[in-house]
Design a protein around this ligand. Structure first.
Ligand SMILES: [Zn+2]
Length: 296
């Protein structure tokens, strides 16, 4: 899944061994995954607001962006507080952006879906870690890129560090026996597509005289590769280019603008490709393997 060779399914059935075949345990685990996701989604919301504005994501406590009032911990619970306060600040009653609620619910739902998917397909449980980090990165990068046309280094670099640390600690998720092999595979999976895109970006700028691919996008692909493997990175770039071009052309047609003048951010489409890979990647690899066997 993380590399081109087909990985053996996990040696023992961790889903059954953890008791996840019982509906009560299963429901609790899925609910917990949602809760974890919603909490981390809450943190991604802070990143989405503060990173493009150059504010610290760790030091300053949460405050209302309209009146500046500090938000008490009981008004800062993911999903729940938004519903209790009906999406308004307790002090000034100004509505919060629906983004807070959307990102929290989306992250929670994706975390729960990742647990179910890796369990049902009996994937190596370490994959859950990489998929969850990739989900957080994808949501943050997509939202910031759509709004600001940048993907901050402060988002890409920590994701790369988490990817490398995870690959060193869980090389078996990368089909490797030794920690250093996991690290090398993760690094190569990011660096190879990253180098290709970087050359494309430099040549594109020379030939077109304007930026065709941002540096943030290149680093984002490096992080995607380090988290989902080389096939995942290649799929995200292919999916992102196709989907992005189609949407760009559709927007030009609607606005009746010349194609050269309308640009759209690449990040959200790369992020969408990465999320498709999380849920359908190993199935796509199996299909490709079966086709190859038929052909050969
Ligand atoms: Zn307020």
């Amino acid at each position: 899944m993380f590399w081109f060779e087909e990985l053996p399914k996990f040696a023992y059935d961790w889903w059954t061994r953890l008791g996840l075949n019982y509906p009560a345990v299963w429901s609790f685990a899925v609910f917990s995954a949602f809760a974890y996701g919603a909490c981390l989604g809450s943190f991604i919301n802070v990143c989405i607001w503060r990173m493009p504005r150059g504010e610290s994501v760790v030091n300053a406590p949460s405050h209302c962006t309209k009146c500046g009032a500090h938000i008490k911990w009981y008004d800062n619970l993911p999903v729940v507080s938004f519903l209790v306060l009906r999406g308004r600040c307790r002090v000034c009653r100004e509505p919060y952006s629906p983004r807070y609620f959307i990102v929290e619910v989306l992250t929670g739902a994706l975390f729960a879906a990742i647990l179910v998917k890796t369990g049902l397909t009996r994937q190596e449980p370490g994959a859950i870690y990489f998929y969850c980090v990739l989900t957080l990165l994808a949501i943050g990068a997509a939202w910031i890129d759509a709004e600001w046309r940048i993907i901050p280094d402060k988002l890409n670099y920590p994701a790369m560090i988490l990817a490398l640390a995870g690959a060193l600690a869980m090389p078996q998720a990368w089909g490797c026996a030794h920690w250093w092999q996991g690290g090398v595979r993760s690094l190569l999976s990011g660096m190879l597509p990253g180098a290709g895109l970087w050359i494309f970006a430099v040549l594109g700028k020379k030939l077109c005289g304007r930026e065709v691919l941002g540096r943030g996008d290149v680093k984002f692909v490096v992080a995607i590769g380090m988290l989902s493997g080389l096939p995942g990175a290649l799929f995200s770039v292919t999916f992102g280019s196709l989907a992005g071009s189609l949407c760009g052309l559709a927007r030009c047609a609607v606005r009746r603008e010349p194609a050269a003048r309308c640009t759209i951010p690449f990040g959200p489409f790369l992020a969408a490709g990465a999320m498709v890979w999380v849920f359908a990647g190993d199935w796509l690899l199996q299909m490709a393997g079966a086709l190859q066997r038929h052909g050969g």
